[in-house]
Structure formats: C-alpha cells, structure tokens
Design a protein around this ligand. Structure first.
Ligand SMILES: *Cc1c(COP(=O)(O)O)cnc(C)c1O
Length: 363
C-alpha cells in the first residue's frame, strides 16, 4: 500500500502557546505522559488519494463521529521514541529510522496504509523542532514523542477503513518509574496471555495493550509493578512484559532474551543486543521456560533480570511473584544491567561516542 508521494507540510503555529513561566513549571513536574506540548502534526489518508493535508498546528481535540471505525474495531497503531536536549540548542533522536520502519510493519499487520519513512521522520522532526522548548533539561528526562495512526471512516461494516489519520504528539517526561532505580517486582500471569502465533504480538497496536490491562491489574493487586506474560500455546515460555522486553543475565556472563515471533521487536532490545555483542558478551535469543527461570534463580545460575524499553530504558527486576509463590533474583545487585543502562543512556545523551551511528541530530 506504500506509494511515493510528495507531501508538503503546512505550518500554522499555535496562536496561544503555554506561557514560558508556566511551561517551566510543568517541565519541573516530571512524571510520564500527563503534560503535552503546544503542537501536533496531522496527516490524512483517503483511499484513492493517499496521504494529504500534512499540518503542523496547535494541539487540539479531534472531532470524531460516533461511528468512526477505530472506536469499534480498534484499527490503531503507535510508536514511542524520545528526543533529548544536546550540545548548543540542538536536539537528538535515538534510532528514529527504526521506529519508522516498525511503524510500517505494524501498519501492514493491521491492514493500514504505510507512511513513507521520510514522511514519518519529517513529521517527528517538525514537531520536535517547533516544540523544542518543551524538552526538559534535567538528567533522566526527555521529550517523549508519540506517532500514531487510526482508522477514521464512519462505517460499521468489518473491513479496513478508507480513511486514516496519522498524528504525532509529544510529552515531556521524567523517570518512567516513580520509585527511581528501585528494582521492579514482576507478576507472572499464568492465566492471561498477550499474543499468539499469527496474532498481533509483533505489532505495536493499541489492542495489545487493551488485552494486557486486566493482567496488569492483577499484578498491581499482588503488589507488583509490572506483569510478565508466558506464551499462549503452552503457558510455559517467558515472552515479555506489557510494554517492555526482558533479558536474563547468567553466571557465565552471557545474556538470554526471548526470540522474536510473538513479542514486540524492541529497539531498546536490539540496541542492548548490539551493545553487549560489541563487548564480547554472548547473547542468546532463545526460548526460556518459567520452570527453568525458577530453577536458575534457586541454583544461583541466574544473576540478574532486567526489562527494557524506550520509556524506562533498562529496569532491573528484583522479585518475581506468581500464583504458586515468589522468588528473588541474584543478590539484589545488577551490575550488568546498570553498565548497559549507563552505556545506552550515555549514547542517547551524547556523553558516550555514538559508534553505531544511532543518533539523528536536529539543529
Ligand atoms: C514498545 C514496546 C516495547 C519496547 O520497545 P522499544 O522500541 O524498546 O521502546 C516492548 N514491548 C512492547 C509490548 C511494546 O509495546
């Protein structure tokens, strides 16, 4: 469904942006996903016409008909990436080309039109550029950028929509987990699963999150921060968290992570694999059973477990709870996770040389 087209953006700056003093107050709040910038980008897609009406404009509510297809059949995908304040007044994005590519893989799976990579990147860069005063400067904070696309045809029949809206919004964020560096407690969901072979587990679609919420509620009720899912066929193999991938650090120094297939292809996951391999660390992408996880934690073979994703970067896991009991991981220290986190954050912040060519700078 991809077609090369010339898309020119019209820019209509917000006539009444948030005053600077108030913006500074909002930026100092930290938190995740509650504060939004002055602008948004929207691009429309119509069957037969393709992408058109690209606009950078004041952030405002959409007017949506009650019959809009997204409200009924959840044809919606999204991305998540961060922009960082860098040298001078420049801004950096971390591997945004990977987000553009993954967005189109999600679009294919959800029978939606692809957004040409260069249009996706231009939309993101234009928003970050016009709202660059919204990028917090404090360590650990950044501007979270949320590109998304939804079906918007007023029709209750079941087929792919003939109209779509692509939109990018942005939100200044502090640390994802309010507790800071405290290791997370995970709840293993032995009842609910998030993805099946042939399903949408690899796509970044809202529906996957809707399906994960009841398990996340169960995690919270059991005093845990996050839920970890097992595979849907055997309820035996570890997959990932609701919104983060998972890594295991073994006593021989090697890393193990879930193979691709029903999990989301995390860009953080891929970056961790590349960083580790570049240091000569052995990384296996192989199935790992919940049974083996418990045995390795008990025997001491398992040293660390960490979760990773754009929002939280790398978060060590200290405890695992499930219907049958609970266990702890290693000795409470996570030197491998911390070192990888420092390297990754260092590259993102421009403190560590970007030898992989992962940063894209907006002057
Ligand atoms: C977005 C997401 C991740 C993390 O991907 P990153 O590209 O590292 O941010 C992991 N799992 C799920 C289910 C996700 O939606």
């Amino acid at each position: 469904m991809s077609q090369k087209q010339d898309i020119s953006f019209s820019v209509i700056p917000n006539p009444s942006p948030v005053p600077a003093a108030e913006r500074e107050k909002l930026l100092a709040q930290g938190g995740f996903g509650t504060v939004f910038t002055d602008h948004m980008v929207t691009i429309e897609w119509t069957e037969g016409r393709g992408w058109h009406d690209a606009q950078v404009r004041a952030r405002a509510p959409f007017s949506i008909d009650p019959a809009s297809s997204v409200l009924h059949y959840a044809q919606e995908i999204f991305e998540g990436m961060k922009a960082y304040r860098a040298e001078g007044n420049s801004v950096t994005l971390f591997r945004p080309d990977q987000n553009a590519r993954r967005f189109n893989l999600s679009a294919q799976r959800l029978a939606m039109p692809e957004v040409p990579e260069e249009v996706f990147l231009e939309a993101v860069e234009r928003l970050v550029d016009i709202d660059r005063d919204w990028i917090p400067g404090a360590d650990g904070s950044s501007l979270y950028v949320r590109p998304f696309m939804f079906a918007n045809e007023n029709f209750l029949g079941v087929r792919s929509s003939r109209n779509f809206v692509f939109c990018v919004i942005a939100s200044p964020v502090g640390n994802y987990f309010k507790g800071g560096a405290k290791p997370l407690a995970l709840w293993v969901s032995t009842e609910y699963t998030r993805a099946a072979r042939g399903g949408t587990g690899e796509a970044k679609c809202g529906g996957n999150y809707a399906a994960s919420l009841v398990a996340q509620m169960e995690a919270t009720e059991n005093g845990c921060d996050q839920v970890v899912f097992l595979d849907s066929a055997e309820h035996r193999w570890v997959e990932e968290l609701g919104g983060m991938n998972i890594f295991f650090v073994m006593d021989d120094g090697s890393l193990l992570t879930t193979p691709l297939g029903t999990i989301l292809r995390g860009i953080t996951r891929d970056s961790v694999i590349q960083l580790a391999k570049a240091q000569g660390i052995d990384v296996k992408e192989a199935p790992y059973s919940f049974e083996q996880w418990q045995a390795d934690a008990a025997s001491g073979k398992l040293r660390e477990v960490f979760a990773c994703g754009t929002a939280a970067v790398i978060a060590p896991i200290g405890e695992v709870r499930h219907r049958g009991g609970s266990f702890t991981i290693g000795n409470g220290q996570s030197p491998v996770a911390e070192k990888l986190r420092d390297q990754l954050v260092g590259i993102q912040r421009g403190r560590v040389a970007d030898t992989h060519g992962w940063l894209r700078t907006i002057k």
